[in-house]
Design a protein around this ligand. Structure first.
Ligand SMILES: [Zn+2]
Length: 267
């Protein structure tokens, strides 16, 4: 065992019992009401009508292979995640769940609809930063504020409110405002046939009450070259920056984040 792993508190446990996985999902639902909120919202229900959100069973061989892989990944993850996080449960979901996208739920749960996605260190790192954001909410709120973001409790125009896509990683506080001006909102591209993957970020100017579909210059300057969907929320921007830090070495926001979190957030 290496130096880092001997100090690590992080354990990644693949849940290979469908029953246990289903119990963890039920517990998560009691905490965040994610599926209930999706069911109660017309466009989010429509976008998920053919998707099965439930635990999937895995074979004993898959369990052994992927658990060994997860154990090998731990010493390769940023030290900060190894030290700050504890027991993380990796829950296999049906392949269509949430459009096949990995995500987190309350209770230190990371959901993987497609097991082979576990091979991506970048994806695992991204998801673990979401767990970190859930665990250390106050620290993250202060970090987001230093990056110009604050929670927004205003009301969106009806068209935007009606067509926004819910995200399990942000469902507890979906709307944030950048520099007290711009509120990013993921909007389904096709309101008649909404698809989870097909959204665009609209930017609502909350003072003058209009929206644009292009990334405002101030945000583009601070967070250049990020994946389009990452702009929906500061949790997504920061998770992408930290998970793919080498790619974003010169990103001004990443430099700010590292002065706060320290270099061991990426090494
Ligand atoms: Zn994410």
């Amino acid at each position: 065992m290496g130096h880092a792993s001997s100090r690590s508190a992080l354990a990644l446990t693949l849940i290979d019992s469908k029953r246990t996985a289903q119990d963890l999902l039920q517990e998560a639902e009691r905490a965040d009401f994610y599926l209930e909120e999706c069911r109660d919202d017309a466009i989010n229900a429509l976008a998920r009508r053919r998707l099965a959100y439930s635990a999937n069973s895995i074979t004993p061989a898959e369990s052994i292979t992927y658990q060994a892989h997860l154990n090998q990944m731990i010493p390769l993850l940023p030290l900060r995640l190894q030290l700050d996080l504890g027991d993380i449960r990796i829950v296999p979901l049906m392949p269509s769940a949430d459009g096949g996208m990995p995500h987190t739920r309350p209770g230190n749960v990371v959901c993987y609809p497609i097991l082979s996605q576990l091979h991506s260190k970048s994806t695992l790192t991204h998801e673990l930063w979401h767990v970190h954001q859930r665990t250390f909410q106050e620290e993250w709120q202060s970090l987001f504020e230093q990056l110009g973001w604050t929670p927004w409790n205003g009301v969106l125009p009806p068209l935007m409110e009606k067509n926004r896509r819910f995200n399990p990683d942000t469902i507890d506080h979906p709307l944030w405002v950048y520099q007290n001006t711009w509120v990013p909102v993921p909007i389904f591209n096709d309101s008649a046939t909404p698809l989870l993957h097909e959204v665009s970020i609209w930017w609502y100017h909350c003072i003058e009450k209009y929206h644009v579909k292009q990334i405002p210059t101030a945000i583009q300057n601070q967070f250049p070259g990020m994946p389009p969907s990452s702009y929906e929320h500061p949790r997504e921007l920061t998770a992408y920056l930290l998970a793919d830090a080498a790619e974003h070495r010169n990103n001004p926001a990443l430099r700010t984040i590292l002065t706060i979190l320290g270099q061991d957030a990426i090494s």
